[in-house]
Ligand binder design. Structure first.
Ligand code: ABF
Length: 228
């Protein structure tokens, strides 16, 4: 099963990598599927002389891209992003997504929002009939006041859990913030929920990505399907 999921991710990544053309400014997502994309783009740079500029969405993606000789810029140093390619945790039939299990949601959303075309690459189990049944919504919050912020999130119906790292200490994002994972059963209306979460002072961003998927690439063990 794990092998099949890995193969599906690899096919999704390979298929999306073909969308990158020389001269483009490309948002590079985070997570294992996006990691496979970055590796494939590194191969295209080495084998075909593909020339593009990457805008990384996390420290780990930037490190990987540098190892592969992919030139990078920060999002503030580019006028626009032509294409953004990133993974997701869940995608519903309206191409709304939950992202942020990897903890890079703020930068991922910033880059997705300035991109002309957003491509999501997933393995098939990420495509769900309804968001939030299996995945909590990650919410990136200020360190200062996080206990109060958590309390406010609970009043919105969230079952909250402060994310922790493998050492048991609170997980700290690349931006120096905390993540509170918020479970909702059910997650009724993503747009209303997004507005409610964003109304809490100290919430910087949520893992609800609404209207940010233009192309969905679903990998399978034997290939990939691009859905526009
Ligand atoms: C990023 O990586 C995140 O937004 C999402 O949470 C995660 C998906 O990771 P993977 O591809 O490893 O399943 O895209």
């Amino acid at each position: 099963m794990a092998f099949e999921a890995d193969l599906a991710k690899a096919h999704a990544a390979r298929s999306a990598a073909e969308l990158v053309q020389s001269g483009m400014i490309v948002g590079l997502g985070s997570g294992s599927t996006a990691g496979l994309l970055v590796k494939r783009l590194g191969e295209r740079v080495a084998e075909e002389g593909l020339e593009f500029v990457g805008v990384p969405t996390s420290v780990s993606t930037a490190e990987l891209a540098r190892e592969l000789n992919i030139p990078l810029r920060d999002v503030d140093d580019v006028p626009a992003v032509d294409l953004n390619i990133d993974g997701a945790d869940e995608v519903d039939p309206e191409y709304r997504m939950i992202k942020g299990r990897g903890g890079a949601l703020l930068r991922e959303k910033l880059v997705a929002c300035v991109a002309s075309r957003r491509v999501t690459i997933v393995s098939p189990e990420k495509v769900v009939p309804r968001l939030g049944i299996d995945s909590p919504v990650p919410v990136e919050v200020s360190r200062l006041g996080y206990r109060h912020i958590e309390q406010r999130l609970r009043t919105l119906g969230a079952r909250t859990s402060l994310r922790r790292g493998p050492d048991g200490a609170p997980f700290v994002t690349d931006g120096g913030n905390l993540i509170i994972d918020c479970g909702f059963s059910p997650l009724a209306d993503p747009d209303t929920l997004e507005a409610g979460l964003k109304s809490v002072v100290g919430v910087f961003e949520t893992g609800l990505f609404l209207g940010l998927c233009d192309v969905l690439v679903v990998g399978r063990p034997d290939g990939a399907e691009q859905i526009v």
